[in-house]
Structures are given as structure tokens and as C-alpha cells.
Design a protein around this ligand. Structure first.
Ligand SMILES: Cc1cc2nc3c(=O)[nH]c(=O)nc-3n(C[C@H](O)[C@H](O)[C@H](O)COP(=O)(O)OP(=O)(O)OC[C@H]3O[C@@H](n4cnc5c(N)ncnc54)[C@H](O)[C@@H]3O)c2cc1C
Length: 552
């Protein structure tokens, strides 16, 4: 990170050089001394610094300047860097104006010209001001900032995307003073949010996920046109395949639609994954897996949706959403499953504004001292209930059945039983949601009697059954009636190989009805829906890819 800035402003070049020289001599090793020749150009510099996320510790402005007085400049500068300490440089004759400015712009000090010797007249003053500035919160590190509205679906989408991709950021409300200052510096208004500002000052308004990925340095385009192995999907199965593929010498690229980690990346605590007796968060597991895949040389692409798969002779051709293509000898499909949408009046319009699918990490801290509703009776909902109970006053878990025994692991049921803040509501479904700017009320129905009641609610998190999104494979691969991809022995019904199967051998275990294309993890028909099995299948698919390549 760049050193904090000391900005000096004087229209007289000789004075300007002298102040900057004296400042550099004493503070040059810890601060960047920047000069400006007028108030307007100094303000321009401040705007750039603000956008780049740099810090300004001290402003030293000459009082008499033609376009803008030092006092006017300091007043304007306060909007951009309120914590920066302010010094006015004055001639003896202007002492009265300087004294007036103490109140007007909350001046910290006025310094009479000439300030020599600086050891006596300049440095003691600036030393004190720097000490004061260092103690302010603004002296904290620079980072990516997101300015948005509290209850806005696009603002939520940006934060969710960054959180899922493990990109740290600072969230600022557009109507907070600091948020408004950043928008001002970016030349944006509250209409333009969400606005994302990178540490180097580049900024985006209403970014697409691909633009956002590029801004934060995630790779979005493949380096080559042809690979040994393309892995589609960046959940545990895909990351497992990428780690094993790359570590075993295959030129491997993983293509992920949104954020690596998949469903597991949304888990607040995975307690049953081998080797983590204390549990591990999905974010931690994803971070480690991603670094491991990169270390072995796999390419990881984000925000690229694969929308087509074609048999191109000995190669397999994959088409992206934008029509571009990538080819490989072999493919591992690891596209997992996505949450089903809860179909009740009012919920679609409020999604991202109080109604959320999964996505616990970003919102949990905002639920402090509030009531939270969670729909779902499986482990994912149970984990979320435990997680939210650390923040919310009460977590209401709404389940269709009479109890959780049929759908949730024993260890989670026990945790919920012991948790005073979690209330399980059996036989309860969400019949409707309503609100203005955000969710305000839910209509809950008794699944047996149909009787309804209204509750005040600002937060609804939905964790209901999942389905594979494999429509793009229609007519290309054999899928079961629910869309899961059929593999291996399940394809050989009554001793007959799948229609169009061209080889004199049966499909390998995880191989689909198109030779050289394998499926791993939740997307595979009859798979066990667990992190460990997904990772295991990703690894196993790679060993079958080797077998396939050797037989070619
Ligand atoms: C909240 C939650 C908690 C859970 N907790 C546990 C637990 O404690 N223990 C446990 O064992 N299991 C748990 N699970 C289940 C576990 O996470 C899944 O079984 C596992 O993630 C499946 O991995 P996968 O790689 O097959 O698919 P997914 O994790 O679903 O990943 C698939 C990825 O493919 C991407 N994708 C899909 N289609 C495309 C496309 N066309 N182009 C590009 N990319 C695409 C998706 O964006 C996604 O990132 C939990 C699940 C959830 C949701």
C-alpha cells in the first residue's frame, strides 16, 4: 500500500518547492509529499487519491492564491478527507484571516511564512498533527469499496459475488457521509449505485459480474484454445478434478459460472469433512482448494457460463454464454445443483431485499438483534440456523414435516435442540411475502390445515431442495427424469449400451453417454450429496480421464 500523503498547495513555485523539500527531508520515508499549484488542481489530486483508496494525512495550503483561497480549498477538502489535518500558510499581514479560519474550516494550525528553521517552526507542528491523524480510523488500510443501498438487490448481488469469490471489501451506504464522499470523488450520484471502487482508483457503476471479476483480478478468459481437460463447475467436485488433473500433468482449465466453492462455499461450517475435527467453513475450504489448484498450474476462470457441449471427433467442444468456444480431449462436468425457487406470491420481487437463497455469510452480521426466518429441513438449513443464532435474537426454522429426523444429521438436530434462540416450526410453509422497500411481512400457513397467520419479518433465508441445471445438455447426454446426468453402469440398461455409443467397451464408472465426458459430484445421477463424495468423484474422474486418453 502507498504511503499516506502530505499535500502542499502554493501558487508560488519557489515557496511550493521549499515547503515540499522541507517536508520530504523529515517525512519522506513514511509519507508521500505531493505538491499542487492551485486550489482546483489540489482538489483534483485529492479526488484521485480518494478513488485510489489512498490516505491523506496533512494538508498545507497557502492562504493567498488567485483562483481559490487556502481557506476555500481546505473547506472543500474536508468533504473528501475529513480526518486529514489542516494547516494554513499565511503572511504576517493575513493573521486575522487565519484566526477566522480556525472556526470556519476547523483549522488545526496556521503557520507564518517564512517557517525557517523548520526544526523549530515547522516540524514540531507537523509531528503533532501526524500523531493526531495516525490515531484516526481513517488511517486504516486501503481496500476495495462498495457503495450501495441497504435494501437493494443489485447492491446485494455485488456484495454476494465478492463474498463468494473471497474478495475482501468495505461496504458503505450511499447515504452515509463516507459513502457520499466516495461517490462524489467518483463523479457518481446515489442513482449510480452500486459503485465499486478498486484500491487503485478504477471504479465501476452497476457492474456486470464479468466486469467485477476483471476489476478484482479474477481470470475470466482462457489462456489457450485447447486443453487436455476442461472442468465445468468450480464446487468441490470441480476443484477436486482441477487439483488432481493439474497435479498429474494434464493441461487443465476449470470454468465456473459464478464463484468457486459452489454450494459448499456457502456453508458456514462443514463438520463432517475428513481431516477437520473442529469443522471448516466453506470459504476456508474453497480458499485452500483454489490455491492448491493454482499451485499445480490449473487455470481457474470465473463468470463464464458453459452453455453447450459438442462432440467434435476426438475433441470435445464447449461453448460459453457469449458464443466463444474452448476445446479439450476430455471434460469433467461438475455443475452440481442449485436451490429450487420458493414459489409464493411476493417473494420473487423481494429477492435480494430481505429474501435470500442460501447466501448466509454476507447478511448474517446485519441481522443482529432481529428475527430471522429460515425455510428448509436439511443440513444446509440447520447450519444456517446455528450460524444466524449467533447474531439474531430469534431464528425461526420453518419445516414442512413433523420434525427434522428424516432430513437432518443427528449432530445438527442436537445443536438446534440445545440452542435457545432457535425455534423449529413444524408443518409450516411460507404462503406469501410482502413489503415496500424490503421484506416486511410473511404469511405462514399450516401445511395440514391451511390456516394462515401473519408475522413481521425482515429476513427470510431459503434452503429448499436443489435441482441440477442441465438443460443445456439436452439431446447431448443421457439424463434422468430430474435432469441428473447418468453415468457408468447405469447407462448399460439390460446389457445394452446407450444409443449412439461408438466404442466397443462399456462406459467407465463416471463416464457419461458421450465418451471422454465424465460427471462428478451432485450433478451425477445417484450421487451422494456430500462434500467428501464430490471431491472424491472429482479425483476419480481424473483417473478415468487418464484411462480414456490412454485408450485413444
Ligand atoms: C449451505 C450448505 C451447506 C452444506 N453443508 C454440507 C456439509 O456440512 N457436509 C457435506 O458433506 N455437504 C454439505 N452440503 C452439500 C455439499 O456442499 C454439496 O454436496 C457439494 O458442494 C457438491 O459439490 P459439487 O462440486 O458437485 O457441486 P456444487 O457445489 O453445486 O458446485 C457446482 C458449481 O458449478 C457451477 N456451475 C453450474 N453450472 C455451470 C455452468 N453451466 N457453467 C459453469 N459453471 C457452472 C456452479 O456455479 C457451482 O459453483 C451443503 C450444501 C449447502 C448448500
Amino acid at each position: 500500500m502507498a504511503n499516506p500523503v502530505i499535500l502542499t498547495i502554493d501558487d508560488d513555485p519557489a515557496v511550493s518547492r521549499a515547503v515540499a523539500r522541507d517536508m520530504r527531508r523529515r517525512y519522506g520515508d513514511r509519507y508521500r509529499v505531493v505538491r499542487a499549484g492551485s486550489g482546483p488542481s489540489a482538489l483534483e489530486t485529492l479526488r484521485e487519491l480518494k478513488l485510489r483508496g489512498e490516505q491523506v494525512a496533512v494538508l498545507v495550503a497557502d492562504y493567498r492564491m488567485p483562483e481559490m483561497t487556502g481557506i476555500e480549498f481546505l473547506e472543500a477538502a474536508m468533504d473528501l478527507f475529513p480526518a486529514a489535518r489542516r494547516v494554513l500558510l499565511t503572511a504576517y499581514a493575513d493573521t486575522d484571516a487565519a484566526i477566522d479560519a480556525i472556526n470556519l474550516v476547523d483549522l488545526d494550525h496556521y503557520l507564518l511564512k517564512p517557517w525557517h528553521p523548520p526544526e523549530e517552526k515547522l516540524y514540531p507542528v507537523v509531528d503533532t498533527l501526524l500523531d493526531a491523524w495516525t490515531a484516526t480510523p481513517e488511517a486504516a488500510a486501503a481496500e476495495l469499496r462498495v457503495v450501495g443501498h441497504r435494501w437493494s438487490a443489485p447492491s446485494f448481488a455485488v456484495r454476494d459475488f465478492l463474498a463468494r469469490n473471497l474478495v475482501p471489501y468495505r461496504w458503505l451506504l450511499a447515504d452515509d457521509p463516507e459513502g457520499a464522499r466516495l461517490l462524489n470523488a467518483a463523479g457518481a450520484t446515489a442513482e449510480d449505485v452500486p459503485v465499486v471502487i478498486a484500491p487503485d482508483g478504477r471504479h465501476l457503476s452497476h457492474p456486470t459480474e464479468a466486469d467485477l471479476a476483471t476489476l478484482v483480478g479474477l481470470r475470466v478468459a482462457p489462456a489457450e484454445e485447447f486443453y487436455d481437460l476442461v472442468v465445468v463447475g468450480g464446487g468441490p467436485a470441480g476443484l477436486g478434478a482441477a487439483v488432481y488433473g493439474a497435479s498429474e500433468g494434464l493441461r487443465t482449465v476449470l470454468v465456473e459460472r459464478r464463484a468457486t466453492g459452489g454450494q459448499a462455499g456457502q456453508s458456514s461450517r462443514i463438520e463432517n469433512y475428513l481431516g477437520f475435527p473442529e469443522g471448516v467453513s466453506g470459504a476456508q475450504l474453497t480458499d485452500r482448494a483454489r490455491r492448491q489448484a493454482l499451485k499445480f498450474g490449473a487455470e481457474l476462470l470465473t463468470t463464464r457460463d458453459v452453455t453447450g457441449l459438442t462432440d467434435a471427433g476426438s475433441a470435445r467442444l464447449l461453448t460459453f454464454g457469449d458464443g466463444s468456444t474452448i476445446a479439450a480431449h476430455a471434460v469433467v462436468l461438475a455443475t452440481g445443483v442449485s436451490y429450487r425457487v420458493l414459489d409464493a406470491p411476493g417473494l420473487a420481487e423481494l429477492t435480494g431485499r430481505g429474501v435470500f437463497y442460501g447466501s448466509t455469510a454476507t447478511e448474517a452480521p446485519s441481522c443482529v438483534d432481529q428475527e430471522v426466518y429460515i425455510v428448509g429441513g436439511a443440513n444446509s438449513a440447520g447450519q444456517a440456523a446455528v450460524h444466524f443464532s449467533r447474531y439474531a435474537t430469534r431464528v425461526h426454522l420453518l419445516i414442512r414435516g413433523a420434525d427434522l429426523t428424516a432430513s437432518m444429521s443427528r449432530y445438527l438436530i442436537d445443536q438446534l435442540d440445545r440452542n435457545d434462540r432457535v425455534v423449529v416450526h413444524p408443518h409450516t410453509v411460507v404462503a406469501a411475502g410482502s413489503g415496500g422497500e424490503h421484506l416486511e411481512r410473511l404469511t405462514l400457513a399450516d401445511g395440514r390445515t391451511g390456516e394462515t397467520r401473519e408475522v413481521d419479518a425482515s429476513w427470510l433465508f431459503i434452503f429448499i431442495g436443489a435441482q441440477p441445471r442441465t438443460d443445456w445438455l439436452d439431446g447431448v447426454l443421457v439424463r434422468d427424469e430430474r435432469g441428473f446426468v447418468v453415468t457408468g453402469p447405469d447407462l448399460v440398461a439390460g446389457g445394452r449400451r446407450p444409443p449412439g455409443w461408438p466404442l466397443a467397451r462399456d462406459p467407465y464408472h463416471l463416464e457419461t453417454s458421450l465418451p471422454g465426458v465424465f460427471a462428478a459430484g451432485d450433478v451425477r445421477a445417484e450421487s451422494v450429496k456430500r462434500v467428501a463424495s464430490a471431491v472424491g468423484e472429482g479425483a476419480m474422474a481424473v483417473s478415468l480421464v487418464h484411462r480414456y486418453l490412454e485408450s485413444q
